[in-house]
Design a protein around this ligand. Structure first.
Ligand code: PMP
Length: 463
């Protein structure tokens, strides 16, 4: 069946989807009862569904389509690479031109200290690699007890066993007996929800210092690394106070703990710099990346590694028993190279920092004045609106968490805007190519959805 030339009617697609397709992060029973929305094409920052609705994609897919949809440069680069060499591995003392070029390009773009690249197929695989790599590093340094990785509650680092264990999502841990051993979690720097009357700067320091206490509890000789997203994305766009990351870095350096910045969302321009660690002023030893690396055109992830960590491998020799069939997939590398060229040529990180990010921030703050919004926070082109019944006190709804967020998300969809909800927070992360007039459209639609949500909250008596 040619689904492009002969698209079946929506109800047929929905029936077939329900019959055979199990969706990720989905309650299949309720989805099948309702019927999935079928997205059929996209261009720029817009999606179209099978009913012909045009929708502004305020989430860049899943935080990944940084250069927008329909970029022929990427499509043609992949086509050429597929004709030349659609697949070969990098295991058996072999390499290929796109892998060589991409590793060099990433090393050039990454912060100074990060110079070596291990390829994976996704963000989760990159984080699985991180777990094995830091443990292998310390073992090869003669410190095999340094195994534990400290992460944060409400972090998201992927869905594989190690990725979900590094993550701090209790619902994920409850399914499948996670976390795996030697991963622990400290509290997150979520001032709006957990900071009480503290000043945000003081709160940031307090939460960072929990790392020190955790290292003391575990014993420094047992701790390999600390991992964190510069901004927690899936946890609700938690933007830490400015004091947080420099203090985390101080502790890691003083206690001889590797520092890992999970840049899967923040990387490649999202926060107004190439990488989130540059926005938050710290220097990681390892940096898992994915998403914006190829803008989602093909699946690819990687771990970028510092000279210090790579030297451990190179000088001590010995095989690292780890890798994926699709590590450095040639077509995915070609997509990433073409994508990085677009980000560079169009100066997208600078554009976010000096133009669209500033413009969006101004409009976003105006949404913060809406009676339903307790806080409107934003950094570059990633932001959140905290929905609240009592904005003066940063109160949460008594109704089950996510009730109001779901109502708002549905109103957004009906208004032609994709905004995601995390509990009762509304999240955006639009393509970095969004224009000022598209930002205006996003804000107008979000405002309308907030008004409709507020009306529903009143009509349904939600507290
Ligand atoms: N790390 C972070 C910070 C993420 O946001 C995600 C995905 N949302 C992942 C890792 C996992 O990436 P993937 O879904 O490509 O496995």
């Amino acid at each position: 069946m040619d689904y492009i030339a002969n698209l079946p009617p929506t109800h047929v697609l929905q029936e077939k989807d329900a019959a055979h397709h199990l969706h990720p992060f989905t309650d299949t029973k309720s989805l099948n009862a309702k019927g999935t929305r079928v997205i059929t094409r996209a261009e720029g920052v817009y999606l179209w569904d099978s009913e012909g609705h045009k929708i502004l994609d305020g989430m860049a897919g899943l935080w990944c389509v940084n250069v927008g949809y329909g970029r022929t440069e990427i499509i043609e680069a992949v086509h050429r690479q597929m004709q030349q060499l659609p697949y070969y591995n990098t295991f058996f003392q072999t390499s290929h031109p796109p892998a060589i070029a991409l590793a060099g390009k990433i090393a050039q773009l990454a912060p100074d200290q990060l110079d070596h690249v291990f390829f994976a197929g996704s963000g989760s695989e990159a984080n699985d690699t991180v777990v094995r790599m830091v443990r292998h590093y310390w073992a090869s340094e003669g410190k095999p007890t340094k195994k534990t990785i400290i992460s944060r509650h409400n972090a998201y680092h992927g869905s594989t066993m190690a990725g979900a264990s590094l993550g701090g999502m209790s619902a994920m841990h409850a399914q499948g007996g996670l976390p795996i051993p030697d991963i622990t979690h400290i509290n997150q720097p979520y001032w709006y929800g957990e900071g009480g009357d503290m000043d945000p700067a003081e709160f940031g320091l307090m939460r960072a210092r929990e790392l020190e206490a955790e290292i003391d509890r575990l014993g420094e000789d047992n701790v390999a690394a600390f991992i964190g997203e510069p901004i927690q994305g899936a946890g609700g766009v938690v933007i830490p106070p400015k004091t947080y990351w420099p203090e985390i870095q101080r502790i890691c350096r003083e206690r001889n703990i590797l520092l890992i910045a999970d840049e899967v969302i923040c990387g490649f321009g999202r926060t107004g710099n190439w990488f989130g660690s540059q926005t938050f002023n710290f220097k990681p030893d390892l940096m898992p990346i994915a998403k914006g690396l190829s803008s989602g055109y093909l699946p690819i992830g990687a771990v970028v590694v510092s000279e210090k960590v790579a030297k451990g491998f190179i000088e001590h020799g010995g095989e690292f028993y780890h890798g994926f069939t699709y590590s450095a997939h040639p077509a995915a590398c070609a997509a990433a190279l073409a994508n990085l060229e677009i980000i560079e040529n169009e100066r997208l990180p600078e554009r976010v920092a000096n133009d669209t990010g500033l413009y969006l921030a101004e409009k976003w703050k105006m949404l913060g004045e809406h009676p339903l919004v307790g806080e409107a926070r934003i950094c570059g082109l990633v932001g959140a609106l905290e929905l609240s019944p009592d904005k003066a006190h940063r109160a949460s709804f008594e109704a089950e968490r996510g009730t109001v967020g779901t109502i708002c998300r549905d109103h957004c969809f009906e208004s032609g805007l994709v905004m995601r909800h995390v509990g009762d927070s509304m999240i955006i992360s639009p393509p970095l190519v969004i224009t000022r007039s598209e930002v205006d459209e996003l804000i107008e639609k979000a405002h309308r959805a907030l008004d409709m949500t507020a009306a529903d909250v009143t009509a349904q008596g939600i507290k």
